[in-house]
Design a binder for this molecule. Structure first.
Ligand SMILES: C[S@@+](CC[C@H](N)C(=O)[O-])C[C@H]1O[C@@H](n2cnc3c(N)ncnc32)[C@H](O)[C@@H]1O
Length: 180
């Protein structure tokens, strides 16, 4: 049996994760790696300055992401303390529930994730969120040179979750889609 991760948040067992990716691979991203990034249009629409991006590339912060501090995989942003208004576009697939759980517990920030309305993590986040915006059209994720990824648009729509009043106001006003 594998040891529990040090951060104490639940991870899906690897074999089950692999099976789900096989079944629903088209939901899990535009690139086989985790390295595809939020386009600047999302930040322009939100108009927020964030205190923390807890999951950014190891090569360094992305200059168009308005976050004062950031963590990479080398730091393990799941293990680190989070403070202030968080921007979170997490590693997708099997890792998403851990990141969403941490943001829900933190209570202040915006998450951009696939609108996987059938998942437990989506329901937990929707219940906890102060606002949601289902993005109209597909987000065109980019590489670190802001080039749209060659593999095209993702196979699923995306949603913004706002936690806390400041984040919620920005999500409601962003104009990127439908806000229930
Ligand atoms: C989908 S990308 C999003 C990047 C950026 N936050 C954005 O909004 O465009 C997810 C990022 O999380 C990073 N990552 C993966 N595991 C991580 C960890 N444990 N701690 C911090 N960052 C991690 C990946 O290297 C990748 O750059």
């Amino acid at each position: 049996m594998s040891a529990a991760p040090a951060h104490g948040l639940m991870r899906r067992p690897p074999r089950r994760a692999a099976r789900r990716q096989g079944q629903f691979g088209h939901f899990y991203g535009v690139d086989p790696s985790e390295e595809w990034y939020t386009p600047r249009v999302v930040f322009e629409a939100l108009g927020l300055e964030f205190d923390l991006d807890p999951c950014r590339p190891v090569e360094g912060p992305l200059p168009w992401i308005p976050a004062r501090r950031s963590y990479s995989k080398a730091d393990d942003g799941l293990l680190k303390p989070w403070a202030g208004l968080v921007w979170m576009n997490p590693p997708y697939g099997a890792a998403t529930p851990c990141w969403m759980e941490k943001l829900v517990a933190h209570g202040t920030g915006v998450a951009l994730v696939y609108a996987r309305t059938d998942t437990f993590w989506f329901h937990d986040a929707a219940r906890a969120a102060s606002a949601m915006c289902f993005i109209k059209g597909r987000v065109r994720f980019v590489d670190r040179l802001e080039r749209e990824l060659a593999s095209g648009r993702p196979g699923s729509g995306s949603v913004l979750f706002g936690f806390g009043e400041r984040a919620a106001a920005a999500v409601r006003a962003c104009g990127l889609g439908w806000t229930p």
